[in-house]
Design a binder for this molecule. Structure first.
Ligand code: NAD
Length: 475
């Protein structure tokens, strides 16, 4: 039975009725999934039902993607035309910014302004940036000998499956951050949004149709990780998986890729990022950025600066100001599962001997709200740090390496520390700033490969070397 989302938004910023089919998006059509519809619950309330896909739907999406590539897409559609379509989609999103932000806020439980600036606007910027690349993918001529003409071609990698999470960088920008890449490179693809936040992805498909993309270029199959997600990662006709999510699921995806067709895998995974505050830092700015870094989207950010190291001399003052600034933070966690997981972490932190300085309890009686929580002395040797060497050792003492930050006015110390920290994104005197033209990804168990910027381009092509004989004779 077709599932329809209908909601009358009546927020201070956005008012209006939104109604659309929440079926799977395959070959340009909204269709019922072959599983059962499931309820999308946000903050303890059912907001709609969504089609559940299965491996059968993944097969149909791959068929549609392959057909599109052979007919209307791929190299049959010149790069500049793909760029125009992407820009048209970006313009449609601009027209629908508030609606998309309201939808994301409802589905995800995040603040409207965050969804607007963090998700929708970022997504539009990504699309526009990569729309500019659509007609700029080129190979090289490689000098060999006078008797040989050798050049490279960057050919689309094949059907790409994208599996994305619900959190931050928020679902929508993840979706579009990847969508642009695929469309740019004439790739046909499909996407599995998180079962927790499918709505903006589905709504986007309506805009994809309105922009005039040929059917099958983008397909969206909603559903669960252990069904749709694993069907994607073990599919024999999918040649690449671009995954964003937990390290646990990333590992399973690599395993499935290895056991099936050895598909190319890029992984954007979790982190436990250090934020280092030296005693010569601008304290007020350091506190403000640390608050933003740790609690953006209620801490539901892969780059969250959840381990803050403060140098001796400023510790008490930093803690006082930081504690004051965090009190006002309010917002729910995405789901009951996540709520329970965090409460369990808080319990085990206490059991392991860390001191709760503030928070640590449920906030209110409704939904999945948790008080902003600060632990002190998270490990016996993690108190106040003395010097650069000491803090670099502690900061790098993790299996993750997604991001890190350093606050100091000493430029030499800033740069030398930044270079010693093992992380894919490094901020000096700021936190969690980026852009569509800047690469993003992790060291160690935070991931493999880079998305965004020019660095991401090669993830989606196969390089072919062509050798032409201009006069060599074989005896
Ligand atoms: P998750 O790994 O549970 O789920 C992510 C996606 O993978 C979902 O669509 C889910 O359905 C799917 N999935 C789950 N198990 C799967 C399996 N076995 N095979 C295939 N697909 C599977 O993560 P989450 O809870 O949705 O998201 C939070 C995690 O994502 C955090 O660890 C966060 O740090 C990480 N994250 C990383 C980045 C980054 O760019 N590095 C960005 C955002 C979020």
């Amino acid at each position: 039975m077709p599932s329809i989302f209908t909601h009358e938004f009546n927020t201070p910023v956005y008012k209006g009725k939104v109604s659309f089919n929440t079926g799977l998006f395959i070959n340009g059509q909204f269709v019922d999934g072959s599983g059962r519809n499931y309820h999308r619950v946000s903050n303890d309330k059912v907001i709609t039902s969504v089609s559940e896909g299965t491996s059968k739907d993944v097969d149909l999406a791959v068929d549609a993607a392959e057909k599109a590539f052979e007919t209307t897409w791929g190299l049959n559609c010149p790069g500049n035309k793909r760029g125009l379509l992407l820009n048209k989609l970006a313009s449609l999103m601009e027209e629908h910014t508030d609606e998309l932000a309201a939808l994301e806020a409802l589905d995800n439980g995040k603040a409207f302004n965050l969804a607007r600036s963090g998700d929708v606007t970022t997504a539009i910027d990504c699309i526009r940036y990569f729309a500019g690349w659509t007609d700029k993918i080129s190979g090289r001529v490689i000098e060999t000998t006078e008797e040989r003409f050798t050049y490279t071609r960057h050919e689309p990698i094949g059907v790409v499956g994208q599996i994305i999470p619900w959190n931050s960088p928020p679902q929508l920008s993840c979706l579009l951050g990847r969508l642009h890449l695929l469309l740019r490179q004439a790739i046909r693809s499909f996407l599995k949004p998180s079962e927790f936040t499918p709505l903006t992805a589905i709504r986007m498909c309506h805009l994809v149709n309105e922009a005039g993309f040929p059917p099958g270029v983008l397909n969206v199959v909603t559903g669960y990780g252990n069904t749709v997600g694993s069907a994607i990662s073990s599919h024999m006709r999918i040649h690449k998986v671009a995954f964003t999510g937990s390290t646990l699921a990333g590992r399973k995806i690599m395993e499935a890729a290895a056991k099936s067709n050895l598909k190319n895998v890029t992984l954007e995974l979790g982190g436990k990022s250090p934020n280092i505050i030296f005693n010569d830092a601008d304290l007020e700015q350091a506190v403000n950025w640390a608050r933003f870094g740790a609690f953006y989207n209620q801490g539901q950010s892969c780059v969250a600066g959840s381990r803050i190291f403060v140098q001796e001399g400023i510790y008490d003052e930093f803690l006082k100001r930081f504690t004051e600034k965090t009190r006002s933070i309010k917002g729910p966690q995405i789901s009951k599962i996540q709520y329970d997981r965090i409460m369990n972490y808080i319990d085990s932190g206490k059991k392991d001997g860390a001191k709760i300085h503030t928070g640590g309890e449920r906030h209110g009686n409704e939904g999945y709200f948790i008080q902003p929580t600060i632990f002190l002395d998270a490990k016996p040797d993690m108190r106040i740090f003395k010097d650069e060497e000491d803090v670099v050792r502690q900061a790098n003492d993790t299996v993750y390496g997604l991001a890190a930050a350093v606050f100091t006015k000493d430029v030499t110390r800033a740069i030398t520390t930044a270079h010693k920290l093992k992380a894919g994104s490094l901020w000096v005197n700021c936190y969690s700033v980026s852009g569509p033209n800047v690469p993003f990804g992790g060291f160690k168990q935070s991931g493999i490969g880079r998305e965004m910027g020019e660095y991401a381009l090669n993830n989606y092509t196969e390089v072919k070397a062509v050798h032409v004989n201009l006069g060599m004779k074989m005896m």
